[in-house]
Ligand binder design. Structure first.
Ligand SMILES: Cc1cc2nc3c(=O)[nH]c(=O)nc-3n(C[C@H](O)[C@H](O)[C@H](O)COP(=O)(O)OP(=O)(O)OC[C@H]3O[C@@H](n4cnc5c(N)ncnc54)[C@H](O)[C@@H]3O)c2cc1C
Length: 293
């Protein structure tokens, strides 16, 4: 396999490079932890890799607090997410998804944008962002931006809505609702081992309540359970206005069944479809057992 690499130094150079290469086979490379494995498996001749890692642009590589939420540049690494106190305190589900990704070394280079754009059904950061009802900021070569909810970003296994002349520039994570006083937020990852392993099943939840425990808003997403990560809308609706401390055993089961209705897992070398469903059902039911007043 032969490929060429170019490394734009600014966002303007990057957009110009993408514009110029519209007729050629090209791929973006950020941390390249997914890309290199993919190219090893499916080599492409005469490929151009547009290296994103040298672009000097804080909007692309930094985390910034905004009035209505937090903006994460697409090139922010898993390590940056882990180190951000703001993310740890306000969005635990996102912090935990990054903390458990691969290994210390991989987290230094693996990016948020790469995790989303690779569109793997088991992308951990992508799953957490979907539970947070985050939005993707896409930037086209003309400099035009468009926003799209993470839950509408994936169109199939390893497929996204990104057009050929677009890249993922940032992600916006909204603040909690005004009436929210408590947040129950966790990333549950089931794998065959603790590190260096993609999820066999994952569940991300971010549940907001008022002082008394009444649910004001919730976001729940499942990973490695369907061709894409999925937002479990009916499970969120089920929780609306319920008191999180008073969920009965029957309700826990009903809630878990709602989540399971979004799962259509496959059997592969990591686990069988049956196992994935059983685990998903049990971890969904168990959410409420970990919730303390
Ligand atoms: C040993 C190992 C263990 C792993 N463990 C985990 C794990 O536990 N959990 C997990 O979720 N993942 C895991 N991964 C997968 C991978 O590390 C992550 O998905 C990572 O976040 C990808 O980021 P990257 O910057 O390396 O992406 P890259 O490999 O650079 O890119 C991935 C894809 O996204 C595209 N892309 C990248 N950035 C952009 C952008 N800004 N705009 C448009 N397209 C873009 C690329 O063209 C490519 O198609 C693992 C990988 C390895 C090798």
């Amino acid at each position: 396999m032969n490929f060429e690499i170019i490394s734009p130094a600014t966002t303007k150079d990057l957009l110009n490079a993408v514009k110029k290469q519209q007729r050629r086979k090209f791929r973006f490379g950020a941390g390249c932890t997914d890309l290199l494995l993919e190219l090893k498996k499916n080599p492409v001749e005469d490929l151009l890799i547009i290296n994103l890692s040298q672009v000097k642009d804080n909007e692309f590589s930094g985390i910034k607090r905004l009035a209505k939420g937090i903006r994460i540049g697409a090139r922010v690494t898993a390590h940056q997410l882990v180190m951000s106190e703001e993310i740890k305190n306000r969005f635990p589900v996102l912090h935990e998804s990054a903390l458990n990704l691969a290994s210390t070394q991989i987290r230094q280079v693996a990016t948020v944008g790469g995790n989303l754009c690779t569109a793997s059904p088991s992308g951990d950061i992508a799953c957490a962002l979907m539970a947070l009802e985050a939005e993707c900021e896409l930037l086209s070569v003309s400099g035009k931006k468009r926003m799209i909810p993470v839950r509408d970003f994936f169109t199939g296994v390893r497929q996204t809505v990104l057009k050929r002349n677009e890249l993922l520039y940032g992600i916006f994570v909204p603040n909690p609702e005004k009436q929210t006083k408590k947040v129950f937020s966790q990333f549950i990852k089931i794998g065959t081992r603790k590190s260096m392993e993609c999820s066999v099943v994952s569940l991300a939840y971010h549940i907001q309540t008022d002082e008394q425990g009444t649910v004001t808003r919730s976001g729940i997403a499942i990973g490695a359970s369907a061709p894409t990560i999925r937002f479990a809308e009916s499970a969120c609706d089920f929780l609306d206005d319920k008191n999180i401390y008073e969920i009965s055993d029957t309700q826990k089961k009903e809630f878990a069944e709602n989540i399971l209705s979004y799962a259509s897992p496959i059997t592969d070398m990591r686990a069988t479809a049956w196992y994935r469903k059983e685990v998903l059902f049990n971890i969904s039911k168990a959410i409420f057992d970990n919730i303390e007043k």
